[in-house]
Every structure is written in structure tokens, then in C-alpha cells.
Write a protein that binds this ligand. Structure first.
Ligand code: SAM
Length: 250
């Protein structure tokens, strides 16, 4: 491996899975079960094992987006993978796409989109949230995701770029919608995420007034199946409501 590469070290300790995302460097990783000399990674590869000074062994893996989802610092409620998956599938996001995203929040959606698209530009109105999101993006090794501090309602008309997909996850998304057709490439998609029916209706009205095609609002339910000695059934741990996703095409 090379200096600067991101890797994940995984181990079982006292019956629990523990994982650490680290950079190949001269540093040390300090854990409650010993230090790991990260420069030793230079002579190792993905799938190899590395030991802490007290003998605890870790397997080396390449971190992927679900790992960054778990390890990223959070400033608020991030979008859930079930909803992100739906956005990626219904927009057909691909490696040639440019995406405009707001608000950034912890940057979870922006990072998932950035792991596929060519470029993601994301706006966050709270500067301290933007700082955390930038750090999360950097930790995920994504140099194609730009987090800008600013209010999307004020900024959208002067961005001066075109996008293939626009994702809006703010309370004032309906104020942004009228400006979206002018910055979407032909056939591009607008996606909004809104937790309440009332907000979703306001967004639908704004979309209706802005002449989009193929407008749909959907909710994605996720139900985990539990396996035990007694039997197999949907988990009794309830998965709550997250948000409604509205997709419209330019
Ligand atoms: C629910 S969070 C977004 C979560 C994000 N999609 C994620 O996956 O991590 C909403 C964010 O939008 C920001 N926000 C609200 N209004 C905004 C605006 N007009 N312009 C830019 N950001 C805004 C908030 O500060 C908050 O951080």
C-alpha cells in the first residue's frame, strides 16, 4: 500500500466487531487494546493482517461508502441508505454526471453521490456544519465533492453551472424549485426529500408550477428479517418514517 491510502482495520474484541478507518502514514493508531504502527501498512495489502503491539490482530480492508456512513461525524440526521439508493436508481446517476446538492448536513448524501458522479457541488447554510461535512468528505478520500457555505435559496440563480441531477434536502426546498429548470441539463432530474406531508405538498405545487415532466412522490419502507432459534420473521424493531422523495424530470 502507499502513503495516504485509506484503509479499514477490522477485528473482533470481547465478542464485538470493532473497525477503524485510518490513513497509511507514519502515525500510530491508539486503541483500547494496543497501538498499531500504521507505517507497517506500506509492506501489506488489502486482505492481509496487521497486529497491535499487544498482539490483537486486524484484517485490512478497503473502506466503502457504508463504512463512511457509519464513521462520518454527524451534525444532524443524515439521509438513510434506503432513500439514497432510491435516488441513485431513479435518476440513473452515473460517472459523467454533475450534481447540485443542498443542504449538505453531514454530507452523507453528497458523499454517496460523489462516489459515483463526476462532480458534486453541495451548499450548507451553517458554516460549522460545512466544516464538519468537508472533513467527512476529505476522510472519505473524495476530491470531486465541493462543500460551499451558503444559502441555496440566495445562491442558486448565480451558480453559473449546469447539472444533471439536483438534490434538495432543506425545509425551504419549495423556494429553490422555481430556479432548478434553468440549471438542469435537458432530461436531468430534480429530487427533493421532505419528512412531512405538508412540506411535500408545497414542493409538489412548486414543481407543478415549474413545468417538470414525470413527477412522482414515493416513500421507501425497509423491513429487516430476523433469524432466531424460535423462527424467522420480520424484525419487531420498528423502522420509523424517514422522508418522502419527490422526483421530477426536466
Ligand atoms: C436534513 S439535513 C441534510 C442531510 C444531508 N442530506 C445528509 O445526507 O447528510 C438539512 C441541512 O440543510 C441545511 N439547510 C437548511 N436550509 C438551507 C439552505 N437554504 N441552504 C443551504 N443549506 C440549508 C441545514 O443547515 C441542514 O444541515
Amino acid at each position: 500500500m502507499e502513503t495516504g491510502e485509506l484503509v479499514m482495520l477490522k477485528t473482533f474484541h470481547k465478542g464485538k466487531l470493532r473497525e477503524f478507518i485510518v490513513t497509511v502514514s507514519d502515525d500510530e493508531l491508539h486503541t483500547d487494546f494496543g497501538k498499531v504502527d500504521l507505517s507497517l501498512l506500506l509492506k501489506l495489502d488489502i486482505g492481509d493482517h496487521i497486529s497491535a503491539h499487544k498482539g490483537q490482530e486486524f484484517v485490512i480492508q478497503r473502506p466503502r461508502m457504508p463504512d463512511f456512513f457509519h464513521h462520518a461525524k454527524r451534525t444532524g440526521a443524515p439521509m438513510m441508505p434506503k432513500d439514497i439508493g432510491l435516488i441513485i436508481a431513479y435518476t440513473g446517476l452515473n460517472k459523467g454526471d454533475s450534481v447540485l446538492d443542498a443542504g449538505t448536513g453531514s454530507g452523507i448524501l453528497a458523499m454517496y453521490l460523489g462516489s459515483i458522479a463526476k462532480r458534486v457541488l453541495s451548499y450548507e447554510v451553517r458554516d460549522n456544519f460545512a466544516v464538519v461535512a468537508r472533513k467527512n468528505v476529505q476522510n472519505a478520500g473524495l476530491d470531486n465533492v465541493e462543500v460551499r457555505f451558503g444559502n441555496i435559496v440566495e445562491e442558486i440563480s448565480s451558480i453559473g453551472e449546469k447539472f444533471d441531477v439536483v438534490t434538495l434536502d432543506t425545509q425551504d426546498s419549495n423556494d429553490v424549485v422555481p430556479y432548478v429548470p434553468a440549471i438542469l441539463n435537458p432530461g436531468g432530474f430534480l429530487v427533493t426529500y421532505s419528512p412531512f406531508f405538508e412540506q411535500t405538498k408545497e414542493i409538489r405545487d412548486a414543481i407543478e408550477a415549474a413545468n417538470f415532466y414525470d413527477v412522482r412522490t414515493i416513500e421507501c419502507s425497509e423491513r429487516e428479517i430476523s433469524f432466531s432459534e424460535r423462527g424467522t420473521r420480520p424484525s419487531t424493531m420498528r423502522v420509523g418514517h424517514t422522508g418522502f422523495i419527490t422526483i421530477a424530470r426536466a
